[in-house]
Write a protein that binds this ligand. Structure first.
Ligand SMILES: [Zn+2]
Length: 484
């Protein structure tokens, strides 16, 4: 009996076959180029159907580019890293992926991405909502209007597009914010949870039930928002809770917001994600001090509170050395990580004198020892119209932003920039990470750069990747290929 297939399944199979043909063609061409008499590679060289047992003949980040390595995988983890063995039969072994001299690096991570607000500037449904001023108020108003029209079909269409594109760029894990409020109620959350399930084999999606609107301001004093957020926190599949204290009407309410959401996180044993201090004005006191005081007041560590991630925090850009040191001290043993969002900051944040700023993430890590990462934040909306879903585009921007001409030199800057969107980004959202050293026992989560036939332009080092990563990549999550 033939099993029933849907049109969707048929299309998925057709897609796979088309990808396979393309990959085979490329691999074939690459091999013929190297050795005209060599046999063409088989299916297992380019698109193994099951888990990989080995990725053969790759360059590794901290090794000379002239040496090639074989990375063995067992149960989704790195089981051995050995000098590459030339073996004529290898190409015909199932589960062996032909690395073709390409650079293998740890996979990438979106530590902070707004899943429900992506591609509003591209989706035809919202084509009447286009930028005129490009300021924060316009972004809030436009997004508010768009949210009134959010329905399951566009939320799924836009969200699916963002996840697919992200996986293509090498992302294996992301923290996705979905808003919960009296307007959208659970529409964004429902779509987020469905997408989390749909992509569970290819990408780990942490769903953060997120209060983008006030929890204590507004006509009903935020009562409805709090009641919806309470319900959302208890929904199966919700991993994280978060809020935006800066949208409250005054400082008292901002602190109430932090108190309430931190209580929700602690009592429900969920990580906390606060979007804080999204301004540059030096005369305004950052809320980070009060937020830390409130969190410490809950005996967070003693009560086994989970990871606390603080996003945006643009105001901290104006910190002097003593303030950074004080911040480090105030954090003490709290599990706090910061996520800087350079593309959004550069577009949106400026002082009246025209100064721009974004968290000096590499300096925070290297000089003060903070846990910190950078992230894409928004794609294709009024908060950040420029940029795409590629975390490496942000790392590349970081090279210019964080270049300080220090004695540690360029190598550290490039490695740090890459790590802010890979290992450090995963650490910032409490996920297991793979290091640049590609060590035995770590998860087999990788990105392979370039195509098999890229030739001399093939990226050989982290420096090249961070400067210009190109768009041809192959993604591997827990030892399985998830994207070409
Ligand atoms: Zn954000």
């Amino acid at each position: 009996m033939t099993p029933p297939t849907s049109r969707y399944q048929d299309e998925a199979v057709d897609n796979d076959i088309a990808k396979l043909h393309l990959a085979n063609e490329l691999a074939d061409k690459a091999v013929r180029h190297a050795n005209p008499r060599a046999l063409p590679p088989r299916y297992s060289d380019v698109y193994p159907s099951g888990p990989l047992s080995k990725i053969a003949g790759v360059r590794l980040p901290h090794q000379p580019s002239s040496t090639l390595w074989d990375v063995a995988i067992e149960d989704g983890r790195i089981s051995a890293v050995e000098p590459h063995q030339q073996c004529s039969d290898r190409r015909h072994m199932p589960g062996v992926l032909n690395g073709s001299n390409r650079l293998l690096a740890p996979s990438l991570c979106h530590a902070h991405i707004h899943l429900d607000k992506c591609f509003l500037l591209q989706d035809p449904k919202f084509s009447d909502l286009q930028l005129e001023n490009g300021d924060f108020q316009e972004a809030m108003d436009m997004t508010g209007k768009a949210k009134e029209r959010f329905e399951d079909d566009d939320l799924m269409r836009r969200g699916r597009q963002l996840i697919e594109e992200s996986i293509h760029y090498g992302v294996t894990v992301m923290r996705a914010f979905v808003e919960v409020d009296g307007g959208v109620r659970f529409k964004c959350l429902d779509a987020g949870l469905k997408l989390k399930k749909e992509f569970e084999d290819r990408c780990e999606i942490q769903i953060c039930a997120f209060a983008q609107l006030p929890l204590f301001s507004g006509s009903d004093g935020g009562e409805e928002a709090r009641s919806l957020m309470t319900e959302a926190t208890h929904r199966e599949g919700v991993d994280v809770v978060g809020s935006t204290p800066y949208v409250e009407q005054d400082e008292v309410k901002m602190k109430m917001n932090v108190r309430w959401i931190s209580m929700m996180a602690l009592f429900n044993e969920k990580p906390l994600d606060l979007h804080l201090d999204y301004f540059l004005d030096e005369s305004r006191t950052p809320l980070v001090w009060s937020a830390l005081e409130i969190i410490k007041g809950r005996n967070w560590v003693e009560n086994q509170g989970k990871q606390i991630t603080m996003g945006h925090c643009t105001r901290l850009t104006r910190f002097k050395e003593e303030e950074w040191q004080r911040l480090k001290q105030e954090i003490g043993n709290l599990p706090v990580a910061f996520v800087g969002l350079p593309t959004s900051d550069l577009f949106m944040m400026r002082t009246s004198e025209g100064l721009r700023g974004t968290l000096p993430v590499v300096e925070m890590i290297e000089q003060f020892g903070f846990n910190a990462a950078i992230a894409v934040n928004n794609v294709g909306n009024a908060f950040t119209p420029q940029g795409n879903c590629d975390p490496l585009a942000i790392a590349s921007l970081g090279v210019g932003l964080y270049q300080a001409g220090t004695k540690e030199g360029a190598e550290t800057l490039y490695a740090s920039s890459l790590q802010t969107v890979s290992a450090r980004a995963k650490d910032a959202i409490g996920c297991e990470s793979t290091s640049l050293e590609i060590t035995v026992g770590e998860p087999a989560d990788f990105v392979l750069f370039d195509r098999m036939d890229t030739g001399w332009r093939c990226r050989k080092s982290i420096v090249e990747v961070v400067c210009d990563a190109g768009s041809a990549r192959q993604t591997i999550r827990r030892g399985r290929v998830t994207a070409f």
